[in-house]
Design a protein around this ligand. Sequence first.
Ligand code: ARG
Length: 480
Amino acid sequence: MCPRVISDIKRLSNDQIPMSKDDSRMWGGRFNEPTDEFVQSFTASVSFDRRLALADIEGSNAHATMLKHIGVLNSDELTAIEYGLQQIRDEINDGVFTWSVALEDVHMNIEARLTELVGDAGKKLHTGRSRNDQIATDIRLYLREQIELCRQGMRAFQAGLLDLAEREADTIMPGFTHLQVAQPISFGHHMMAWFEMLERDHGRLGDCARRMNQLPLGAAALAGTSYDLDREFSANLLGFDMPCRNSIDAVSDRDFAIEFCAAASICMMHLSRMAEELVLWSSAQFDFIRLPDRYCTGSSIMPQKKNPDVAELVRGKIGRVSGHLMSLLMLMKGQPLSYNKDNQEDKEPLFDTLDTLIGSLRAFADMVPALEVNREKMYQAAQQGYATATDLADYLASKGIAFRDAHEVVGQAVAFAIEADKDLSACTLEELQGFSARIEADVFEVLTLEGSINSRNITGGTAPEQVRFQINAGRQMIKD
Ligand code: ARG
């Protein structure tokens, strides 16, 4: 999909933008002295909200079309505005648009240039509109599209996990609880656990986008407007489900941005857990996987090193994203209705959350499916940790011993095996029968790793047959 409202514009600081193109500010009429230069720079948002420029233009186009539809603009005026906005879009995309801090924000920069280009028609564009409903619209337009990119990133990563899981459905590794070897599992099953986490993350972002998809335009400053705007018409043009039902709420709340950052934080938490496993598994001590070289770096002093930097960075980036969630919650907390300038502070945390999430998903979607699995090493590790002890207990229970008693018996057998420094499967039948007379020669079938995972052939279990079933179901899920 080719994004419609994304601008590649990167953040500049206010002092990298010229102070003034036209010092007569839009509200000059009421003031006796010009705004202090420091205050202009302190209050300006253009350095970062320029990123919303293309969304702003899209919103203005729809507003102008609606104004023509209700007779506030004539055809010539609409044509002039459309031409001017197109020209501005080109200038922005070509990097030749002159931004001014004196014009404070993205809205006034674009409107001033529009009036410069097309004269009086440009001055009519703001009819029935305020920057308050304008910014609330811009953020929604922008975020809606960016959420779609996040969701595509999740889908790409999920598709890679399905391939990896399929390749390694029969690969046996030790499954852990408390980071102690617990039971043998299929490596593919482990990858499918990651897939499920992402599936919920994908759903959460979808919920967030749906709830957000109402149009603020028409709320004007806070109370609505006396112009007979056709808000349904505008909503339709911009792909919103409906206009916001309450003008005060429409301009004041940023809960949709908070909700997005909450969902993004959860996803980053998931990525952070995956990252930790990648770091552990790629260490010499585990040696379960090898990460592609292009995703690792070396050390300037230790020639032998190959560091899993990308995984470590993603592990750490939950810090900034959950920090952004906190800053947005604190920003909103205690604000009286309706719009307050505090809300201008919503953008930088939101943008950084988007960049971080999209970047992290991209890195993992590329890196994880390309990892090399050390099947032998995983197999050996599963053999060493008495991972089939539960299978032995289940075996005894199937021979009529109550599970609690079987647990006790197997505990003694494991203690013996540890003492003798061998695996349960390496004990002789006589040795095992010393712990329970019910044990027969068929016990060795359940003591093998393969026997153990194949026996867990229940919905959601780790038997490769089940894993393949879930992989097929997963392929259907990610088609939507
Ligand atoms: N830059 C402002 C923001 O981000 C736009 C809305 C300004 N409205 C106002 N009344 N000052 O929230």
